[in-house]
Design a protein around this ligand. Structure first.
Ligand SMILES: NC(=O)c1ccc[n+]([C@@H]2O[C@H](COP(=O)([O-])OP(=O)(O)OC[C@H]3O[C@@H](n4cnc5c(N)ncnc54)[C@H](OP(=O)(O)O)[C@@H]3O)[C@@H](O)[C@H]2O)c1
Length: 294
């Protein structure tokens, strides 16, 4: 039986990655909207949108993701990452839609040095992290059916991300400085999209009601941004020397966690997922990008 799925923020990295693999999941009928069709900051228009239609699943990919800019646009970041999540969670509960909401490793302070589990204490260090955490709490207060997936270092063939920036910069420069003292795991949005469809296909939300609805998802493995850049240049055969630098030598408006490795045991065991190693997924993504630009 066909199930209806709404994707918000559909023109972002994750939204486009979901659409790119949707043909593998023909049982889902997708409705894809971004800010032009559904501005999640416009409370009356969101209410009107959902008065006219209901969905079996809502995948909320919409977000304010400009981490540094958020430091000076806190109200806007809060509206999208927090208040809109509250409204969508309330509607999802009323309409009995299952909501898949995406959050971030930036809810942690990065001083843990052991892979974070879902119940570890949160302590965001940036406006972006605070607003995303408020979004998680709003979801939990409204308590719709569904889950929150925290992810990290998202990249894809689409939009703006670290991989595409490195490929662009590496073409024109013979050396680049990249920080080596922030450790985490990249996440290929195509893998996260696959995981999300697999999870909603499993239809197990009912059985999860007594479990915390929080899950961690990234690719497997660990690296620094320096290692990430090195491997991007290695597999794209780009001749660019990467010089490791410390975060203090690359000041940014927002503070980022030094350590944001996440433990993924819970999502793997609940949904029977196999998660690819970050280098394998990165190679696939770069191959896709290079084929597109041929
Ligand atoms: N990117 C990362 O490294 C990263 C890491 C951890 C977690 N996450 C989380 O993963 C999720 C997906 O991230 P992503 O990288 O795919 O984000 P993205 O590429 O920035 O996409 C977000 C989409 O939401 C749209 N949007 C912004 N304001 C909106 C509004 N008021 N109403 C409706 N749509 C709106 C954006 O449109 P505009 O482009 O026009 O603003 C964009 O198309 C987000 O929840 C993010 O917080 C991302």
């Amino acid at each position: 039986m066909t199930k209806s799925v709404l994707i918000t923020g559909a023109k972002g990295q994750l939204g486009l990655s979901l659409q790119a693999i949707a043909t593998q999941f023909p049982e889902f009928q997708l409705t894809c909207v971004d800010i032009d069709e559904l501005d999640l900051c416009n409370v009356p228009s969101v209410d009107n949108f959902f008065k006219e239609q209901t969905f079996d699943f809502i995948i909320n990919c919409a977000a304010y993701t400009a981490v540094d800019k958020a430091e000076s646009e806190a109200d806007l970041a809060d509206q999208i990452n927090h208040l809109a999540v509250k409204q969508v969670s309330r509607i999802a509960k009323q309409q009995k839609s299952a909501l898949i909401h995406i959050s971030t490793d930036y809810v942690f302070n990065g001083q843990h040095f052991q892979p974070y589990i879902e119940s570890d204490p949160v302590d965001p260090q940036s406006v972006y992290g605070v607003t995303k955490l408020e979004g998680e709490r709003a979801f939990q207060e409204e308590s719709p059916e569904g889950i929150i997936i925290r992810t990290s270092w998202l990249y894809s063939e689409f939009g703006h991300n670290f991989v595409k920036s490195m490929l662009r910069l590496g073409k024109n420069r013979d050396r680049l400085q990249v920080i080596y003292d922030q450790i985490g795991t990249p996440t290929y949005a195509g893998d996260l999209a696959q995981a999300i469809f697999t999870i909603i296909q499993s239809g197990t939300f009912e059985q999860l009601k007594n479990n915390s609805q929080l899950y961690h998802y990234s690719n497997e493995g660990v690296c620094s941004w320096y290692d990430f850049a090195q491997y991007i240049f290695e597999i794209s055969q780009t001749c660019c020397h990467v010089q490791p630098i410390e975060s203090k030598d690359y000041p940014t408006a927002a503070q980022r966690p030094f350590y944001s490795l996440m433990n993924k045991a819970k999502i793997k065991s609940h949904f029977n997922l196999e998660i690819p190693y970050w280098k394998d997924s990165l190679a696939q993504c770069i191959q896709n990008i290079q084929e597109e630009t041929l």
